[in-house]
Design a protein around this ligand. Structure first.
Ligand SMILES: [Zn+2]
Length: 244
């Protein structure tokens, strides 16, 4: 069990000098807050923070869930109003048409300073990253790993970011969790062990958190097993808020 407080500096960022066993960055997409909020106690049990991305309209209810997540120490981000892929239009038009409406809706409901963005379907380019960096300080995308689904994550280096490179690493490439990605617990456990052993940050993404894993969604039991493994390995389990 990992009940030690996160090693944070006065500015709320991780004190990387105190991180010795890696960082687990769990991210969740598609605004499935009705499945996220029931897991707040589980995150709390492991002193774990995560990052939650919202697509669709930011309704009063969605904004309330953002406030609740933030009040529990979690990070929230945007994911476009209609799950629109980047790349098909200019970055300027993309922001104006698909992101700005969410920013305005969130602000209308009292949620400000949303600094993180997850690319729908993980599609992005350096041009988009550069343009959107004026609005967001960190992004979540996927990896460029060209391997069949179910690939052994720990066999690859791309998902692992050395701590000294974190500050300059603005696009976190995550590995998907859920039946669609054919992830097994053994694979996830080994992936976490590698991050802990090499003291690196590793990012994952999923969507809803359900009683049983389905398509791109993960099971609550998988979440608990990952939190248990990470905490037991001495990993810091953080959100994007805490990254340098
Ligand atoms: Zn999505």
């Amino acid at each position: 069990m990992n009940k030690a407080p996160l090693p944070l500096l006065d500015n709320g960022k991780l004190d990387l000098a105190q991180v010795k066993n890696g960082i687990l960055l769990l991210t969740f997409d598609d605004g499935r807050f009705e499945t996220w909020l029931p897991q707040l106690e589980l995150f709390e049990k492991f002193n774990a923070r995560a990052t939650f991305f919202y697509d669709k309209e930011i309704t009063a209810e969605a904004a309330d869930s953002m406030k609740q997540l933030r009040s529990c120490g979690h990070s929230v981000g945007l994911h476009t109003i209609n799950h629109k892929d980047a790349l098909d239009i200019t970055p300027e038009a993309y922001y104006a048409q698909y992101i700005l409406p969410q920013v305005e809706q969130a602000e209308a409901h009292g949620v400000r300073d949303i600094s993180f963005f997850a690319y729908p379907n993980n599609r992005h380019s350096e041009e988009f990253d550069t343009f959107l960096s004026q609005y967001f300080s960190r992004f979540r995308a996927g990896t460029k790993i060209k391997a069949p689904k179910g690939y052994w994550i720990a066999d690859f280096e791309e998902p692992y970011v050395p701590l000294e490179e974190l500050a300059g690493h603005k696009v976190m490439g995550g590995c998907g969790i859920g039946p669609f990605y054919e992830t097994t617990q053994e694979n996830l456990d080994d992936a976490l062990e590698k991050a802990a052993f090499e003291n690196k940050a590793v990012t994952f993404f999923s969507h809803a958190i359900l009683s049983e894993a389905k398509t791109v969604h993960m099971a609550a039991a998988t979440l608990e097993a990952m939190l248990e493994k990470a905490a037991g390995s001495g990993m810091v389990i953080a959100g994007f808020n805490e990254l340098p």
